[in-house]
Ligand binder design. Structure first.
Ligand code: XMP
Length: 513
């Protein structure tokens, strides 16, 4: 699509968030990796460029650079973080390497009016920083437009050349007015809004039809979570009876999960072909004795594919496997489009075997959960499915720390059910992103009745988030915490201690493994 926003990805964990925020503002965005020759970027006929952040130091030899020929095309450019440093370096400004980087919140002051600050309330505002290097001297022709207490050049621009740069991340939730700043850039760049979710749904349905033409069948891995449900509905709209959904009971599901999800789906989509497969033994026997989180994830990813392949063979020739993979699963598992760091193998991406016996269809691969909910609402998916909390594919295996034994799963299922019931009872289901229990491997001493107990610890994890890329621990009312603790200790044999996890993401992640 000509006239859109082209994001050059230097490997930031947040690159797709830039795309998401761009789409939310109504502009189509495309991401291409850094380091290509100029032609592929310009042949897309973008209306503006955004240079993303990235984990490298622009001063390091071999780090990804910006080709001056790309700037010579005269497109409006917004450099973010590493992108700002690259602009400075490429145009002969000066950078410096700091001993201590700046990570997290900072207070930003405007030094000069800029089109990027149009219509922002007056005064300082909070921004989110994540950088090691800094711009010491902006290139000739650039004015400094903002600073923080520790960073004199936190924003700079050369409006004559339509080059803008900010050291903070406007794309993350914790930067105040980030969306507005991006929108101001698009307006200054003279772009016209050209993206809507209904257009995305239609385009995706047509793509699926083309991909599976004329009569190929697709197996859709259903977990009951919102992502796979929305993916299945998209596929059903595209290919109807050529879609076969498989829900695998891997022995790692939550209390009553299989029944609840099956009922909800059958009620909403009676015509959908849904098979439930009991494969608990396969998964649990392979997990026996395994304690390493990455090993668990890989074992589970492989076992899923085996089960799907077996089912596909029963159902007839099936060429495609459809999954509800989302962007955060992709970015944290591998480095798909740039030099980003691997965080953990989300089972449906990094956990897949190399010789996959299917071609993949992942219609939600570029989206974030909140976008999937908007898409689901657009497609008429009922709230009951749309507002389920995310549940990871590897299930309770990554919430039992250490070895995944049947007794531990039993304890965790009970504790987890209490957490979910109490969050629902407190009316917080939609306020929080996820609420669950984690069973720790250590034991501690307690006193129960008149005797000594030596039992396990349940950690409660309740987080707020918009897109799972960043998350904060939920400030639950003390009464809810007290109820959770006393109910778990009283109702779940084997647990004698309950703790509340007060870590943010980053630096922690939402799941413990
Ligand atoms: P983390 O733990 O990386 O999780 O902060 C971010 C979000 O992703 C979910 N998650 C997964 N989802 N397969 C999935 O389908 C996985 O392997 C997986 N691992 C984590 C997690 O629950 C959270 O919502």
């Amino acid at each position: 699509m000509a006239g859109h926003v082209l994001i050059v990805d230097y490997g930031s964990q947040f690159t797709q968030l830039i795309a998401r925020k761009t789409r939310a503002a109504g502009y189509y965005a495309e991401i291409l990796p850094a380091g290509l020759p100029v032609e592929p970027y310009l042949s897309r006929k973008p209306g503006a460029l955004i240079l993303s952040g990235g984990p490298a130091s622009a001063l390091e030899e071999g780090s990804p650079k910006l080709d001056p020929a790309l700037l010579a095309a005269g497109l409006p450019v917004l450099g973010i973080c590493y992108g700002m440093q690259l602009l400075a370096l490429t145009l002969n400004g000066k950078l410096s390497r700091e001993d201590h980087g700046e990570y997290g919140p900072a207070v930003f002051s405007r030094e000069k009016q800029s089109p990027l600050w149009d219509d922002l309330p007056t005064g300082e505002f909070q921004v989110w920083m994540s950088h090691g290097d800094r711009v010491m001297v902006p290139p000739e022709g650039f004015a400094i437009t903002g600073s923080t207490e520790t960073l004199p050049t936190a924003a700079m621009e050369c409006p004559e050349k339509r080059l803008y740069a900010i050291q903070f991340h406007p794309e993350v939730h914790h930067t105040a007015y980030g969306e507005k700043i991006l929108l101001n850039f698009f307006k200054t760049a003279g772009l016209s809004p050209n993206w809507r979710m209904s257009g995305f749904a239609q385009e995706t349905i047509e793509n699926i039809r083309r991909q599976t033409a004329p009569d190929k069948h697709v197996l859709c891995a259903l977990s009951g979570g919102v992502d796979s449900a929305v993916a299945a509905v998209l596929l059903a709209k595209a290919i109807g009876p050529r879609l076969h959904c498989v829900f695998v009971d891997n022995g790692l599901l939550r209390l009553n999960e299989l029944q609840e999800v099956q009922q909800a789906l059958k009620k909403a989509y009676p015509e959908m072909d849904i098979v439930a497969v009991d494969a608990a033994n396969v998964f649990l026997s392979r997990l026996a004795g395994v304690t390493d989180p990455e090993e668990k994830r890989k074992i589970i990813g492989h076992a899923f594919i085996e089960v799907f392949a077996r089912e596909a063979a029963k159902l007839g020739p099936i060429e495609f496997l459809a999954q509800g993979t989302l962007y955060p699963d992709v970015i944290e598992s591998i480095s798909p489009q740039g030099p980003s760091a691997m965080i953990k193998s989300h089972h449906n991406v990094g956990g897949l075997p190399k010789n996959l016996p299917f071609a993949l269809i992942e219609p939600l691969r570029d989206l974030f959960k909140d976008e999937v909910r908007v898409l689901g609402a657009e497609l008429g998916v009922p709230d009951e499915l749309l507002w389920r909390h995310p549940f990871p594919g590897p299930g309770l295996a990554i919430r039992v720390i250490g070895e995944v034994e049947p007794e531990s799963l039993e304890i965790l299922r009970k504790a987890d059910a209490v957490v979910r019931q109490e969050i629902e009872a407190a009316g917080l289901q939609r306020e929080v992103w996820q609420a669950f229990a984690v069973l720790l491997s250590n034991k501690s001493v307690g006193v129960m009745g008149d005797g000594r107990s030596y039992g396990r610890t349940a950690a409660i994890r309740v987080v707020t988030s918009v897109d799972a890329m960043t998350a904060d621990w939920a400030r639950l009312p003390y009464e809810t915490l007290a109820k959770l603790s006393s109910r778990i200790i009283n109702e779940v044999p084997g647990v004698n201690r309950v703790v509340y996890d007060i870590s943010t993401k980053p630096p922690s992640t939402i799941e413990w493994e």
